[in-house]
Design a protein around this ligand. Structure first.
Ligand SMILES: Nc1ncnc2c1ncn2[C@@H]1O[C@H](COP(=O)(O)OP(=O)(O)OP(=O)(O)O)[C@@H](O)[C@H]1O
Length: 338
């Protein structure tokens, strides 16, 4: 087999393992670049967090993936089918909930689902009642099946939306900010539902501006910033990809900086807020230095500092947290609440 052929085969196998794959996907609105050449790779079986602040391009990307908007350039595949030409084949296996579910308030939850089910030409009318009952059970709404949708709480409406997305078996569930506006109880319900759906083998692609949410429910994540994808991978990969940082507390700042420089590390005083948080006493300074993966071991650094006469009152080596890492990537904070 030629090298070109085997590379093509390898690319094909890799794409087959992906529920969503895009190449240089771009969407412009006039002069505005809402999505800027993104290469998304969402592994099958993952719970994939699509993370980014408001306005970073998440909803636009989702709309393009589902054929609700057309890309300006680039390519996308969903469940192995080209978007938009192959969406007719992909969409029956994709459940989606974007920009909040719309229901008839005067119909019960079950009747709303029946109505949606009847709009699906492939759904057998003979098994409609069983299908709606199963979907309601799946999201824990059996007790509220006959209640009018207008009497549902926001969390119940959101779960009804997920039930609608799960009326038929799905390989991929796409959820746009599914916990937006929910109270803590509703948030917990929706998150545990996502875990349960993923546990049954469905790939879940979920957008969120909440880092804590992504950390709680996702196996993988991608980070959007002003239309660009600035990082993606498994959460472990994302955590591990930040450079380690040495932080030390000492009354001998100048001597420590000189010794660290001799060891190849450029140390600087931590910013005032961080230093205050570490409660440096009179004359003490908190120093920080990036430590490359091939840099000296922590114990060798401490030994060298002590030998050089530096009084080491505090010392630690840590990878940045996911939050610190994402702030570094995007230059802005994420809502970490809830
Ligand atoms: N139909 C449209 N026409 C013009 N600009 C749009 C349109 N839809 C989105 N945009 C712009 O594209 C950018 C990305 O918006 P998008 O809704 O995709 O972001 P998002 O990350 O989903 O944010 P949010 O969580 O607030 O929905 C924003 O600047 C937005 O104003």
């Amino acid at each position: 087999m030629s090298e070109t052929a085997s590379l093509a085969d390898q690319a094909e196998t890799e794409t087959a393992d992906l529920a969503i794959a895009t190449t240089a996907l771009t969407k412009r609105f006039g002069h505005q670049l809402a999505v800027n050449g993104i290469d998304l790779a969402v592994p099958r079986g993952s719970v994939f967090g699509f993370l980014g602040p408001n306005g970073s391009g998440k909803t636009t990307t989702i709309r393009v993936l589902l054929g609700l908007a057309s890309a300006t350039s680039g390519t996308a595949r969903v469940l192995g089918h080209d978007v938009p030409s192959g969406l007719r084949d992909a969409l029956p296996r994709v459940g989606a909930l974007i920009e909040g579910p719309a229901f008839y308030p005067f119909l019960s939850g079950a009747d709303n689902l029946r109505r949606l089910d009847s709009a699906d030409a492939r759904a057998d009318p003979g098994t409609r009642d069983a299908r709606t009952a199963r979907a309601l059970e799946r999201v824990g709404l059996t007790h509220a099946a006959r209640k009018k949708a207008r009497a549902y709480s926001l969390g119940m409406k959101q779960r009804l939306g997920i039930a609608a997305a799960l009326l038929t078996p799905r390989d991929l569930l796409v959820l746009d900010e599914p916990t937006n506006g929910l109270d803590p109880q509703g948030t917990r319900e929706v998150r545990s539902l996502i875990r349960a759906v993923a546990g049954e083998g469905t790939t879940v692609f979920v957008s969120s501006h909440l880092l804590a949410e992504v950390e709680q429910i996702c196996t993988h994540a991608a980070v959007m910033h002003v239309g660009s994808l600035v990082a993606q991978g498994s959460l472990d990969e994302l955590r591990g990809s930040g450079e380690r940082v040495v932080r030390m507390l000492t009354p001998d700042g100048d001597r420590a900086v000189a010794e660290l420089a001799r060891l190849g590390l450029g140390a600087a005083e931590a910013d005032a807020a961080a230093a205050a948080a570490r409660r440096a006493g009179p004359g003490e300074v908190t120093l920080e230095a990036a430590l490359p993966d091939d840099g000296p071991a922590a114990e060798d650094l401490v030994a060298a500092l002590v030998t050089a006469g530096v009084r080491v009152r505090g010392f630690d080596v840590a990878r940045p947290s996911l939050e610190e890492r994402f702030v570094a990537l995007t230059g802005e904070g994420f809502d970490v609440a809830r």
